[in-house]
Write a protein that binds this ligand. Sequence first.
Ligand code: NAD
Length: 360
Amino acid sequence: MTEVTLITGDGIGPEIAEAARRCIDATKAGIKWNVAEAGIDVMDRLGTPLPDETIESVKRTGIALKAPITTPVGTGFRSINVHLRQIFELYVCLRPCKTYKGVRSKYSDIDLLIVRENTEDLYAGIEYEKGKDDTAELISWLNKHSKRQITSDSGISIKPISVHGTERIVKFAFDYARKNGRKKVTSVHKANIMKFTDGLWLDVSRQVAKNYPDIEFEDRIVDNMCMQLIQKPELYDVIVLPNLYGDILSDLCAGLVGGLGVAPGANIGEKGAIFEATHGSAPRYKGQNKVNPIALILSGVLMLRHMDKMAEADKLENAIAAIIAEGKYVTYDLKDDRNDPTAVGTSEMADAIIAKIKNS
Ligand code: NAD
């Protein structure tokens, strides 16, 4: 048995976590679940939304399946998701975007994998607020050393992109492509304008690509990439991007394949891997056995592949695809009419997937 931490989350989290756990167990993947709490539901009782036992569990197992967690507003607690990312140095954000027959989408035959760098770029959190002393000091230094002059009423965000950070994410994209039978990696940038950050990203991408002659490599400028993804998404395979472009294009691609209900994800690093749906805790549906569990179950498929349990992952993905394609035992959001009375609940959709696995 392999130990995996199951973080049940809050809002709709516990319902979809239970559905995902049952479906994964039906594949006989040999997982021993270590159930751990996090989220606003435990905050009053334990004084923190992210208990030490939960962090310790992930440190021990190295792998977690995580249901969504609400980011409490105005309580002084920072985002648990960001906190976990920092503790476990989760430098990869993986977002597969695939069309499944039966999910409403303008496109068919899309099978993209977005690999987003998670730690650098404008999202590194190095920011200087307008009017502050340190901002004035920075502006004065920049004005002294640059031909361009920055006015004193400016706020400043810094965009660091390093050789190390780029090398490890591009290498991850190529290794993932090789392990999962993918044919091509596209590196996205704006190197024509930002020569010392995106230019570095492109140079390093090209260097790394030389070590993978079996995988095709190409690069695209980010604005062109957006248009290409709308016009001919079927031309792309694995797409590797710096943090900001990755954030935007992940959502663009989720939109191409039918939205949040079917968008799985993973955050992977050297110290651990956390698999989670792209959507949030949808608090207004809490406890209603109503929402779609597919995004978290598909995150479980990604997790099984990460654990080299390829046959179990295929079995689970095929069962999910069959249930969505049949369109009978699906939640309201996958019906043509969202008020369709034949829509089933979260746990009944999981039951149908489990029955499909057992008959496969
Ligand atoms: P959300 O994704 O929770 O909900 C937006 C809407 O999407 C919902 O009203 C619902 O209509 C729909 N939806 C989401 N998941 C669905 C599902 N499984 N099945 C059917 N419909 C679904 O986004 P939000 O309302 O912006 O965020 C709610 C909370 O979740 C916030 O506190 C936010 O910070 C948090 N959040 C957490 C994560 C995470 O844990 N990784 C990710 C995103 C948001």
